[in-house]
Design a protein around this ligand. Structure first.
Ligand code: CUA
Length: 339
């Protein structure tokens, strides 16, 4: 038994476990290193307990079996009270569990508590069925592609725009639920450049299995270059409309003409087809953004431009509604004037 146990321990601590723990040989993040350490610690001690308990069960079953010629109701040797043994089989697991508790807490703290060192903060929002990533300095979001610099602490804030998803990077050993209305903190440092996959690991609808994003971990210089590119791309994607020049009266006339088919000037939960828009910027019923702030004029303009598809319905974009830049500015002026 001891031999099997020693062999297993040596194997767990030294073998290449990539088939069991993806990327274990070139640990992709500091969290992967900690989680694998915890896994190996548990594997070694659980295996020892498993081997000795089952080994003795087998051993006793053989040694104290009913011998040929003994009656079926023969009673074997009766043993009562073995305080020494009882002490040790209580004390050893207790000590192991306490060590495991402390060890787990240290690892858990490392992952779920904000780091003290300056970290790159990104926001992740799960949608049916794509991943949205927000970066500091970017006007727009990046979809289904995440980039991170190697060797730099990262803080990821995770939430969902609709149902519960699960943010999972197998090589990093990080996995956290994306829950609507809740922002979860995840901290790690990618330690190996490469391409990985962010998967959704919580069933969230028909296209759950396709809900994957590419994760590129690259040198800081390459990352900065990518971020600068995205800054240009997202700025171009949303050309700024001069919202300040909007005319609320003209917006009101246009709203009566184009929008009242679907929207009432009423509280958010009073729907016609779409929600009521009376207090759009400060309605407590309004679904807040990830940073818990009410929509800004820019957010309203963006929905008017790009349309909207979500659990509360679908709104066509500006082409379908035939809205000019001036129309959008006027509508925003009108909607933000309603208080
Ligand atoms: Cu999102 Cu499964």
């Amino acid at each position: 038994m001891t031999l099997v146990n020693v062999a297993f321990t040596v194997w767990v601590l030294t073998a290449n476990l990539d088939w069991l723990l993806p990327g274990a040989s070139n640990t992709a993040s500091d969290t992967a290193y900690s989680i694998d350490g915890l896994f190996k610690f548990m594997a070694v001690f659980c295996f020892a307990i498993c081997i000795y308990v089952n080994g003795y069960v087998l051993y006793f079953a053989i040694v104290f079996r009913r011998r040929r010629g003994e009656a079926a109701d023969t009673i074997g040797v009766q043993v009562h009270d073995m305080p020494k043994l009882e002490f040790w089989w209580t004390a050893i697991p207790t000590v192991l569990l306490v060590i495991l508790m402390i060890y787990s807490y240290v690892v858990w703290r490392q992952i779920y508590f904000p780091p003290t060192a300056a970290a790159l903060t990104t926001e992740v929002i799960g949608h049916q069925f794509n991943w949205e990533f927000r970066y500091p300095g970017l006007k727009g979001s990046v979809f289904n592609e995440m980039h991170l610099p190697v060797g730099q602490p990262v803080r990821v804030l995770i939430t969902s725009g609709d149902v519960i998803h699960q943010f999972w990077i197998p090589e990093f050993r990080v996995k956290t639920a994306a829950v609507p209305g809740l922002v979860t903190d995840l901290n790690f440092t990618p330690s190996h450049a490469g391409t990985y996959t962010v998967s959704c690991s919580e069933y969230c609808g028909v296209n759950h299995s396709k809900m994957q994003a590419k994760l590129v971990v690259e040198e800081p210089a390459a990352f900065d270059k990518w971020l600068a590119q995205e800054a240009t791309a997202t700025a171009q994607a949303a050309p700024a409309i001069a919202l300040a020049s909007g005319n609320a009266a003209a917006g009101k006339a246009l709203f009566a003409q184009k929008c009242t088919v679907c929207h009432a000037i009423a509280p958010f939960d009073q729907k016609v087809v779409g929600p009521g828009l009376l207090h759009i910027t400060d309605d407590p019923q309004h679904p807040n953004l990830v940073d818990n702030k009410p929509p800004t004029p820019d957010d309203i303009a963006e929905i008017l431009e790009k349309g909207f598809t979500g659990p509360i319905g679908t709104m066509p974009d500006r082409q379908a509604n035939a809205l000019s830049d001036t129309d959008i500015a006027n509508l925003v002026a009108y909607l933000t004037s309603l208080k």
